[in-house]
Design a protein around this ligand. Structure first.
Ligand SMILES: Cc1ncc(COP(=O)(O)O)c(C=O)c1O
Length: 388
C-alpha cells in the first residue's frame, strides 16, 4: 500500500461486532480474560488499549517501521529514548534542537548521572570532536525548530554509527509524509504527534518508531512502568488526524512555499528561513531527502519591536504556541518554544529576538499572505505617523 492508503487502512478493519467503519473508542481501563491459561495481549489500558494499538500500527506503517509506542506527549517520547541511557553514559545533542529536549538534557539528565555535549548537525565531522568513550546516543532533528536548517540525515547517521551510537531523530517538523528517517539508518524516530500527525490542535501526544526489536521492547517497558499513556479518546483523535495527513501536508507545503516567496520579496522582511527557497542554505539537502519542504517558515525583522508588532497584529494567524494544526499560528520563540534557553544560548543557535516562527495552516493562502502583509504594513504606517 502507498502512504495515503496506509493512513486510512492499516490496523483499521471494521470492528468485529458491529462492522463500524470508524474505529470505536474503547473507553475501558480493563479487558476480560478468557481463562487463566491465556493472557490477553490487551488486558489493562496503562499497558495497552485497542485505540493505542491501532494508532501504533498506523504510525509504524507510515514511518516504514516495525514497532511503534505511543505516549501522552512528545516530551514523554523524548524521555523514553533518554531512558535507554544509564548513569555514567554520555549523550550528543544537536545544538539546533527543540527547547523542551534541551531542557531535559540540561536540567534533568545530570540528576541521573548522564552528561551531554552539543554538536553541529550541519557538520557531521563535529561528532568526532565531542564523542567520548562513554557516549551512547545522539539526538537531532530537521527541519530544525525554529531555524529551519535541514541536516543531511544519512551523513549524521554514518558519523554516529562509526562511533557506535544509538541514533534518535525527531521527525515532528517534517512528519512521515515528507521524510522517513528509518530508511536513512536512524535507529529511533520520534514525533510529537500533537503536531502534524494529529493535525487539528486538539490533542497532545507522542510516538517512537524503530525497527530494532530490543530497543522497542525496552521503550515499551519504560512506558508501561512510567504510565505515560494518552487516553483512548486522545488516541482515537490522533488516529482520526493521521488518516488525513497526506492531503493536509500537501496543502501545508503549497501554502508555506507561497508565503515564503511572498515574504522573501518583501523588503521589510530581513530574512526568510524556508528550505523550499533556492536561497536557503540546505535547499539541495532538503530536495534530496524530503518529498516536500514542510509547513514551517521563520522570518526575521530589523527590530524586536517590529517582530513583536507583526506577531500581535496578525488577524488570521493566531499568536499561539505549537504547530502543525490546520489553522495558521505565529510563535515568538524567546517567550514560547525556546523560553528555557538564555538569550545568549538562543543567539548562539541562530535564534535572534527579531525572529518569528509561522506554522502555516491550510486556509486560503491569499488570506494568509494578506494577513502578514497588513500586519507588517500597519507597523510602518504607525511609525511614519509617530515621526510626523
Ligand atoms: C520538534 C518538537 N519535538 C518535541 C516536542 C514536544 O512535544 P509535546 O509538546 O507534544 O510534548 C515539540 C513541541 O513543540 C517539538 O516542536
Amino acid at each position: 500500500m502507498h502512504f495515503a492508503t496506509k493512513a486510512l487502512r492499516v490496523g483499521q478493519d471494521p470492528d468485529p461486532k458491529y462492522k463500524a467503519v470508524v474505529p470505536p473508542i474503547y473507553q475501558s481501563s480493563t479487558f476480560a480474560w478468557e481463562d487463566l491459561d491465556h493472557i490477553p495481549r490487551i488486558d489493562y489500558s496503562r499497558c495497552q488499549n485497542p485505540n493505542r494499538d491501532m494508532l501504533e500500527q498506523v504510525i509504524a506503517a507510515l514511518e516504514n517501521g516495525e514497532h511503534c509506542t505511543i505516549y501522552s506527549s512528545g516530551m514523554a517520547a523524548v524521555a523514553a529514548c533518554f531512558a535507554l541511557l544509564k548513569q555514567g553514559d554520555h549523550l550528543l545533542v544537536a545544538n539546533d534542537i527543540y527547547g523542551g529536549t534541551f531542557r531535559l538534557a540540561e536540567k534533568y539528565l545530570p540528576r541521573q548521572g548522564i552528561t551531554y555535549s552539543s554538536f553541529d548537525a550541519q557538520d557531521a565531522d563535529s561528532i568526532k570532536s565531542v564523542v567520548q568513550p562513554t557516549s551512547k546516543m545522539l539526538i537531532f532533528e530537521g527541519p530544525t525548530n525554529p531555524t529551519m536548517r535541514v541536516p543531511d540525515i544519512a551523513k549524521v547517521v554514518n558519523a554516529a554509527k562509526e562511533a557506535g551510537l544509538i541514533v534518535v531523530f525527531d521527525n515532528t517538523f517534517a512528519s512521515p509524509a515528507l521524510q522517513n528517517p528509518l530508511d536513512l539508518g536512524v535507529d529511533i524516530v520520534l514525533h510529537s504527534t500533537t503536531k502534524y500527525i494529529s493535525g487539528h490542535s486538539d490533542v497532545v501526544g507522542g510516538a517512537t518508531i524503530t525497527n530494532d526489536e530490543k530497543l522497542a521492547y525496552e521503550i515499551f517497558e519504560w512506558n508501561k512502568a512510567f504510565g505515560c499513556n494518552p487516553s483512548p479518546f486522545d488516541n482515537w483523535l490522533s488516529l482520526r488526524g493521521a488518516r488525513t495527513l497526506s492531503v493536509r501536508m500537501e496543502r501545508h507545503c503549497q501554502n508555506a512555499q507561497a508565503i515564503a516567496e511572498a515574504l522573501e520579496a518583501n523588503p521589510k522582511v530581513t530574512k526568510v528561513h524556508y528550505p523550499g527557497l533556492p536561497s536557503h542554505p540546505d535547499h539541495e539537502t532538503a530536495k534530496k531527502q524530503m518529498s516536500g519542504f514542510g509547513g514551517m517558515v521563520s522570518i526575521e525583522f530589523a527590530t524586536v519591536e517590529e517582530a513583536r508588532w507583526v506577531a500581535e497584529n496578525a488577524k488570521v494567524f493566531l499568536l499561539a504556541e505549537s504547530l502543525g494544526g490546520v489553522e495558521s499560528l505565529i510563535a515568538y520563540p524567546p517567550l514560547m518554544s525556546h523560553a528555557t534557553m538564555t538569550e545568549e544560548q538562543r543567539v548562539a543557535r541562530g535564534i535572534p529576538p527579531t525572529m518569528l516562527r509561522l506554522s502555516v495552516g491550510i486556509e486560503d493562502v491569499r488570506d494568509l499572505i494578506e494577513d502578514i502583509s497588513q500586519s507588517i504594513d500597519s507597523y510602518h504606517k504607525r511609525n511614519n505617523s509617530l515621526d510626523q
